[in-house]
Design a protein around this ligand. Structure first.
Ligand code: GLN
Length: 305
């Protein structure tokens, strides 16, 4: 029987077309501000090996905060529960780059998906491997094939030039002893990791280990079953920042968004979905991406609830 997914994805893409061009593209760095909000891609990869997509699904984009999922998985797999002594796992209810809670919590970020938490994870991965961004890149290449995945060095440089907010977060945590490496070194790795370019098909394939209890498609075990459950749970509760409640309500899947307009969504035991459209809502999540994932789970019934 032919797969129902290619047709379904193109129907869903047509449903969200009226939203394209709405929303605001990220403008905290000039290079992201040039993105075209009318672009839209959607793809899925199943545990059976099917990969399909629609629209701009083969156009690469800056994965930004979606990289935090891979950095977390690669760190947790090496460090185990000791990581949770340096970063929490509770939703923040605040914007991704917020400083406010760090003071009350004495430099301990609420979760690994806000910027402060991701900086701590990058610092830990640096201690474990000596090359945090390189470790993420090597993993992603292994998932989608050789050198197809690369850092956009222009975006990384632009992030560095406009680093004030992230530098403030990092310095503040360092003052509490929660960063081991020099702030600039952590920031460089973090910005390069955020500047990795992938397309929707590649991103869906790279997320499959989370749909398969920590087992990668090549048979390599990255995470224990329990760790894969933990990361999915944190994606559900924290992966889309202060809109995690709305995502759980409308999509009902573990998701991770990035300000480049990408969203990775996991359907445990089945597949990973990835969508990209640069027009963002006020929380920094893709407007059309949220809508299309909502339509997907509503049409198929494939949510975790
Ligand atoms: N590079 C971005 C930042 O650090 C990532 C933010 C995001 O995608 N939410 O501000």
């Amino acid at each position: 029987m032919p797969s129902p997914y290619p047709l379904l994805l193109s129907e869903l893409a047509a449903e969200v077309r009226p939203l394209l061009g709405q929303g605001r593209v990220a403008d905290y760095i000039p290079l992201l501000a040039q993105a075209d909000p009318s672009r839209f891609g959607l793809a899925l990869a199943t545990l059976e090996g099917e990969v399909c997509g629609t629209g701009d699904d083969q156009e690469t984009f800056s994965i930004q905060s979606i990289s935090k999922v891979f950095a977390l998985a690669l760190t947790l797999s090496r460090l185990g529960d000791a990581l949770w002594r340096r970063v929490g796992k509770e939703p923040s209810g605040n914007p991704f780059n917020s400083l406010v809670q760090l003071e009350y919590e004495r430099g301990l970020p609420r979760n690994p998906f806000i910027n402060a938490g991701a900086l701590v994870v990058t610092d830990a991965l640096l201690s474990l491997t000596g090359d945090a961004c390189g470790t993420v890149l090597t993993f992603l290449r292994a998932q989608v094939g050789l050198s197809q995945v690369a850092v956009d060095e222009d975006i990384a440089e632009s992030e560095w030039q406009h680093r004030d907010r992230n530098a403030a977060l990092a310095h503040f945590m360092k003052s509490f002893g929660n960063l081991t490496h020099p702030v600039d070194e952590v920031l460089r790795h973090y910005f390069r990791q955020c500047s990795i370019r992938m397309n929707c098909r590649q991103l869906a394939q790279a997320g499959l280990f989370l749909a398969n209890h920590g087992l990668c498609p090549d048979g390599q075990r990255l995470l224990t079953r329990s760790q894969a459950k933990q990361i999915n749970a944190i994606m559900l509760t924290c992966g889309t920042y202060d809109a995690a409640g709305e995502f759980a309500y409308r999509v009902g899947l573990p998701c991770k968004s990035g300000v480049g307009g990408g969203i990775l969504a996991i359907i445990p035991n089945r597949m990973a979905l990835a969508t990209w459209s640069p027009g963002l809502d006020s929380h920094g999540n893709s407007l059309a991406g949220l809508a299309v994932l909502d339509h997907f789970t509503t049409r198929t019934g494939l949510s975790i609830f």
